[in-house]
Design a protein around this ligand. Structure first.
Ligand code: FES
Length: 220
């Protein structure tokens, strides 16, 4: 799914700590996923308007992110607020990084440019426990049918549920490139219950899932 088409999962919430940033790609578009010191997540185009440096290489300072190259600082709306080489300059409003709507639900950070988009409603979610993000060298067109064959039900758009014994796993698919896909996995259930052995168990299971997806997709 493209960012214009609806909510796209771009990272596990747990993988982006406060005051950190990471680069990601959605259908070829480079994005930065970052979290300010207050804990709010942001997803922007991964390109500084000055000379094009990746914002994901930058530094988070409070509720600003500063570009690594010349230190221009941007607020949470993407507006440039401070240029170190011209500290007294009132920065023009036109110097802005394109931003995407961002939300967090089910332990995942989602982004979109669609004006109206809704996330699937999953019943009875009493917290979530992160498992891991898998990066698979296969296109989503190969991955989706394999996930369906593995019994992942309700695969609506880019989100599905796998019932594994008493556990329910949320599987969220991010298209990266034509031959690269990310699968973000969380246990639907509180970390107070699932962290530790279960988390480890499903992280190992996820490794097997990647192997299967890469092998099975070859013959699908
Ligand atoms: S390229 Fe970002 S501040 Fe110069």
């Amino acid at each position: 799914m493209k960012l214009q088409a609806g909510w796209v999962p771009v990272a596990l919430s747990a993988s982006i700590e406060p005051a950190t940033s990471a680069g990601a790609v959605v259908e070829g578009s480079e994005i930065v996923v970052w979290r300010d010191n207050s804990g709010n997540a942001h997803v922007w185009e991964d390109r500084c308007p000055h000379r094009g440096m990746r914002m994901s290489f930058g530094f988070v300072r409070g509720d600003h992110i500063a570009c690594l190259y010349h230190g221009w600082q941007y607020d949470t709306a993407g507006q440039c607020r401070y240029i170190p080489a011209h500290p007294t300059l009132e920065v023009p409003q036109t110097i802005k990084v394109p931003t995407y709507s961002t939300t967090e639900k089910y332990g995942i950070i989602w982004a979109t440019t669609a004006s109206e988009a809704s996330l699937p409603d999953i019943d009875a979610v009493m917290g979530t426990t992160p498992v891991r993000s898998l990066y698979i060298e296969r296109g989503a067109g190969d991955v989706h049918p394999v996930l369906a064959k593995m019994g992942i039900s309700d695969l609506v758009g880019n989100v599905g549920i796998l019932q594994a014994g008493d556990d329910r796993l949320l599987i969220a698919v991010q298209v990266i490139l034509p031959k690269k896909t990310a699968v973000h996995i969380v246990i639907l259930g509180s970390p107070a219950i699932n962290a530790g052995a279960k988390q480890k168990h499903y992280a190992q299971w996820a490794e097997g899932l990647r192997f299967n997806l890469e092998q099975m997709a070859e013959v699908a």
